[in-house]
Design a protein around this ligand. Structure first.
Ligand code: PLP
Length: 371
C-alpha cells in the first residue's frame, strides 16, 4: 500500500533527536511556558523573518487569537467584515465567526486554488477591516496586489499559513508577508508536532504582547488577570519536538517539490487535470491536487492499485450544516472545486518507485462506458 502520507515513517526519520528532546523535557521538571517554548519561538521567528512568534495550542487558536487581539486593541470591532477565500479549510472561517465578525467569502482563482486577488475590491465595504489570505495546498498567495489593496482601504492582512510553512514569496517567507500570520503544527502539516500546536508570527509588538496575554488566561503576572483570556499555550514537549522538526522543514519541502515536479511531468491522462504547475520556492506542496469529473471512480481505481488518496475538501464551508442560515449564496467556482479535487500521495519520504507507481496507475485510469 502507498499511503497518502505515512506519519510514522516521517517521524521515524528523526526518532533519536525527538527522543532526546522528550527526555530533556521530562528531566527538566518544567512543562508549560519555559525555555523550550522561548527557544522555539525565537527560532521560528528567525526562520520566518519576523520579530515575534508566540506559540499557541493549535492553528485555529492562532487565527482566532489574532482577530481577538485586534478587537482588544480597538483595531477591529464585532460586526466588522473580514474577506476570506470561500474554498478554505473551515478553521479560517470559524476564527472569524468565533469573534462575532462577519466572514465575506471570496471565490478562488481556479488556476492557483488561492483567493482571487484581482477580484477583492468589489467585496470591500466601509465595515471591511481585514483580509485573511490562505496559502492553500502549500502555494503562496500573490501578495503584492493584496497588500496594495489593503493599504488603499486600511485593511489588516492576516495570513493563514497552516499549509505553507517555509514557502517563499519574492524572497520573503510566508508568515512575514502581512500584518500577522497563524501557523498550525498539526501532525500532518508540512511541519508537524506530535500532537496539537500552533503559532502566531508578526512584526507588530503590541499585537504580540496582547496574544501572549490572551493565550495565558489574560494574565501577564501570575494570578493577575487583565483580559478575558483563554488557555491556549504551546507546551514544552511540543515546543521541543518542533525545534527538531524545524531543522528538517526545508529539506522536506524540497523533496515535496521534487515529487510535485515528477507528478506534473509524468501524469498525462485526459480525464485528469492538474493546475498547480508552480514548482518554484513559493510552493511547498502541502497537497498535490488533481481535478477530475470522475472522482469516485478514480479513488476506487487507485485504491485497487494500493494507492491512498484524500479529498481536500469534500464539502465547502458555506454548505456545512453549522453554517446553514449564516453563510448564504452560491459560490460556483468553489463548489466545482469541492466536487472535483483529489489529492495524490505527498510524503517527503516516499520512494522513487512509489512515485512512479502513482504516476503509472493514474495514467491507466479510464472510464468504462456501458454499450
Ligand atoms: C489545519 C488548518 C487550520 C487549523 O489548524 P489546527 O492546528 O488543526 O487547529 C487552519 N487553516 C488551514 C488552512 C488548515 O489547513
Amino acid at each position: 500500500m502507498i499511503p497518502y502520507i505515512d506519519l510514522k515513517r516521517v517521524n521515524a526519520q528523526h526518532r533519536a533527536e525527538l527522543l532526546a528532546a522528550v527526555e530533556r523535557v521530562i528531566d527538566s521538571g518544567w512543562y508549560i511556558t519555559g525555555q523550550e517554548l522561548a527557544g522555539f519561538e525565537t527560532a521560528f521567528a528567525d526562520y520566518c523573518g519576523v520579530q515575534h512568534c508566540s506559540g499557541v495550542a493549535n492553528g485555529y487558536d492562532a487565527l482566532r487569537l489574532i482577530l481577538r487581539a485586534y478587537i482588544e486593541l480597538g483595531v477591529i470591532a464585532p460586526g466588522d467584515e473580514v474577506l476570506v477565500p470561500a474554498n478554505t479549510y473551515i478553521a479560517s472561517i470559524l476564527a472569524i465567526t468565533e469573534n462575532a465578525l462577519t466572514p465575506v467569502l471570496v471565490e478562488p482563482d481556479e488556476n492557483t486554488f488561492n483567493i482571487n486577488v484581482h477580484q477583492l475590491e468589489p467585496y470591500i465595504t466601509p465595515r471591511t477591516k481585514a483580509v485573511m489570505v490562505v496559502h492553500l495546498y502549500g502555494r503562496a498567495v500573490d501578495m503584492a496586489p493584496v497588500r496594495a489593496l489593503a493599504k488603499k482601504h486600511g485593511l489588516k492582512v492576516i495570513e493563514d499559513c497552516a499549509q505553507a510553512h517555509g514557502a517563499i514569496y519574492r524572497g520573503s517567507k510566508v508568515g512575514s508577508l502581512g500584518d500577522a500570520a497563524g501557523f498550525s503544527f498539526f501532525p500532518s502539516k508540512n511541519m508537524g508536532a506530535l500532537g496539537d500546536a500552533g503559532a502566531v508570527t508578526t512584526n507588530d509588538t503590541a499585537l504580540d504582547h496582547c496574544i501572549r496575554c490572551l493565550r495565558n488566561y489574560g494574565s501577564e503576572e501570575k494570578y493577575v488577570n487583565k483580559k478575558l483570556g483563554l488557555n491556549s499555550r504551546l507546551d514544552e514537549l511540543q515546543a521541543a519536538i518542533l525545534k527538531v522538526k524545524l531543522k528538517y522543514i526545508d529539506a522536506e519541502n524540497h523533496r515535496r517539490r521534487e515529487i510535485g515536479r515528477s507528478y506534473l511531468d509524468g501524469i498525462s491522462n485526459p480525464l485528469i487535470t492538474h493546475t498547480s504547475s508552480d514548482t518554484s520556492e513559493s510552493n511547498v506542496f502541502h497537497c498535490f491536487v488533481v481535478r477530475t469529473d470522475h472522482r469516485e471512480a478514480l479513488i476506487e481505481h487507485l485504491q485497487k492499485h494500493q494507492i491512498g488518496t484524500m479529498v481536500h475538501y469534500p464539502i465547502p464551508p458555506h454548505q456545512q450544516a453549522c453554517y446553514s442560515h449564516i453563510l448564504e449564496g452560491r459560490y460556483p467556482i468553489t463548489e466545482a472545486i469541492h466536487q472535483t479535487v483529489l489529492s495524490l500521495p505527498m510524503d517527503p519520504y516516499m520512494s522513487e518507485e512509489d512515485i512512479v507507481a502513482v504516476i503509472n496507475s493514474t495514467n491507466v485510469f479510464c472510464i468504462r462506458r456501458n454499450l
